[in-house]
Design a protein around this ligand. Structure first.
Ligand SMILES: *Cc1c(COP(=O)(O)O)cnc(C)c1O
Length: 518
């Protein structure tokens, strides 16, 4: 398609667009077809990836086919393939193909969903999606909310709304300036407080110290008695608690806090109750889990991330706020816009009045398309699949002498530890033996920490799977997030077997030198 002069026109001509578009679809379809066979993690050295893109600003244009060539040869092979069925890192959805198509259309139509007039259908699709999300998780469907870049920004919006509400919106003008202010504080369980809560406190200029950690129970959930004690103590110190964050799906073990009890504490004290359900709130779509999510509907705000367990491609988070006016007042720019969300006509509804962004992309279309494609039924089957895979992994861990459990399975995120059987026996004995506390067992723990990290590194380098380690009770732990709809029990078995084999080999190699005090 190169033009004779070697220059390219200002845009693709329609025929060229079609041709290139068909080729692009082939590239994408081939990519999806290849997922099972691809190394999940890049098999090139970081320097090679750098080299592939190290080129100067292009002075003149090239044939668009060459751009697609480069995407095929450099971008796709040097990606980490979270669409792969054996991608278990972080909390990343695999992406639904229908959403890929919807996103392409959204880019073409290119609406700016900041306001109704620039985006009539875009605004209404987003309003519909927000209502569907609320409906799906049993949250009030007249809640106000919108899509965000992700859970972090959704949490920032929720915590800001809580804070403005607490200060009767007076801080909207004054910020934190001008007079002696108390220390405003927010609360989250100590176990797995997601970094985004610190980010929110930080961005609001409350400071990260404003985040107060509440002791957890043995099952990693917030201890609500401890919450009350902490609130009492902080109030006695002159602090002003304004928000409690309950987690619906924590980052390492997918624990669900006792939401009903936290809601009661917050209501009694008139403190904002925010549920960070970035990874796990959508589990409330399952009727069989209703007990565990009880109280979610009493939250003042909820964060959930369609780009996680719902497998919508990046980026897509969401925030829901029960009190529409609280959200409207938080972001209103001047009085003329201050009409809450209750617009007189749909055409007066502008998303930019309710959130931090002015120009806004059409994120909603990919969520809308995926919900229509799968239906709640399809999504429920997918969510159950993730939970079943985590339970299957738990069984494998329990049945193997050289692994130890660190949790009961909850949702789709499951952490566990490689620990050779004799080491586990030593831990047991060491723990119970008051006469030999301390140092020697610390060396064993450090050895096992190292072992767990090394075996994950080997399995990831091999390309078989991508997973990470994390810290649970300050110990290096294997962690798998099983949120991809393509994952089967066979994938879990393949990874578990590789971890077991690698662990045994590394232990056999290292043990003689380590001379552990077992
Ligand atoms: C992932 C996650 C977040 C942050 O979401 P992003 O979409 O990555 O910004 C916040 N809280 C929890 C519990 C999470 O799992």
């Amino acid at each position: 398609m190169a033009t004779e002069s070697g220059s390219v026109p200002h845009e693709l001509d329609p025929d060229a667009f079609r041709e290139l578009g068909y080729r692009t679809i082939d590239v994408i379809a081939d990519y999806y077809d290849s997922l099972d066979d691809r190394p999940v993690y890049v098999q090139a050295a970081p320097e090679d990836v750098v080299a592939a893109f190290d080129e100067p600003l292009p002075e003149s244009g090239v044939d668009p086919d060459r751009i697609l060539d480069a995407i095929e040869t450099d971008v796709i092979p040097y990606a980490t393939h979270n669409p792969s069925p054996r991608f278990f890192g972080f909390v990343m959805g695999g992406g639904q193909p229908i959403a890929t198509l919807a996103d392409a259309v959204a880019a073409a139509v290119n609406m700016n969903v900041g306001g109704w007039h620039p985006a009539p259908s875009g605004t209404e699709v987003e309003r519909t999606v927000v209502e569907w999300l609320a409906d799906a998780i049993g949250y009030p469907t007249d809640a106000m909310g919108f899509l965000t870049s992700g859970g972090t920004m959704a949490n920032v919006v929720a915590v800001l709304t809580a804070f403005r509400d607490h200060t009767n919106h007076e801080t909207r003008q004054m910020g934190l300036q001008g007079e002696d202010r108390p220390t405003y504080t927010l609360y989250v369980a100590d176990h797995e407080c997601h970094s985004s809560i610190y980010r929110a406190a930080d961005m609001l200029n409350l400071g990260r110290d404003a985040v107060r950690l509440v002791p957890s129970n043995d099952d990693f959930t917030m201890n609500v008695d401890a919450l009350e004690a902490r609130l009492d103590a902080d109030e006695a110190d002159g602090d002003e608690p304004f928000c409690v964050v309950g987690q619906a799906g924590s980052i390492n073990v997918s624990a669900i806090d006792p939401l009903e009890d936290i809601a009661a504490v917050c209501e009694a004290r008139d403190v904002w109750f925010h549920v960070d359900g970035a990874c796990g709130a959508v589990g409330a779509m399952l009727p069989e889990l209703a007990d565990r999510y009880a109280g979610l509907d009493r939250a003042d705000s909820v964060t959930l991330d369609p780009h996680k367990w719902l497998n919508v491609p990046y980026e897509c988070g969401a925030v829901l706020v029960d009190d529409q006016d609280a959200l409207a007042e938080t972001f209103a720019m001047h009085a003329a816009y201050l009409r809450g969300s209750v617009a007189e006509t749909p055409a007066e509804f502008d998303y930019y009045e309710f959130g931090p962004q002015m120009s806004r992309g059409f994120r909603a279309l990919k969520v809308w398309a995926t919900f229509k494609h799968l239906g709640v039924d399809g999504y429920r089957a997918h969510l159950r699949g993730g939970i079943a895979r985590a339970e299957h992994l738990h069984e494998r861990v329990r049945d193997h002498d050289d692994f130890e459990t660190v949790q009961e399975p909850n949702l789709f995120i499951y952490s566990f530890r490689y620990a050779p059987a004799d080491v586990q026996a030593a831990f047991e004995a060491g723990r119970g033996d008051e006469t030999h506390p301390g140092e020697p067992m610390d060396r064993v723990h450090e050895y096992v920490d190292r072992l767990n990290q090394a075996l994950v590194d080997e399995v990831v380098d091999s390309g078989l799977a991508f997973l990470t380690t994390t810290l649970v009770h300050d110990r290096r732990t294997l962690r798998m997030s099983i949120c991809n709809h393509r994952t089967t029990d066979d994938d879990i078995d393949a990874v578990f077997d590789a971890l077991a084999d690698t662990g045994a080999r590394l232990d056999a190699d290292w043990r003689p030198e380590a001379s552990l005090p077992l």
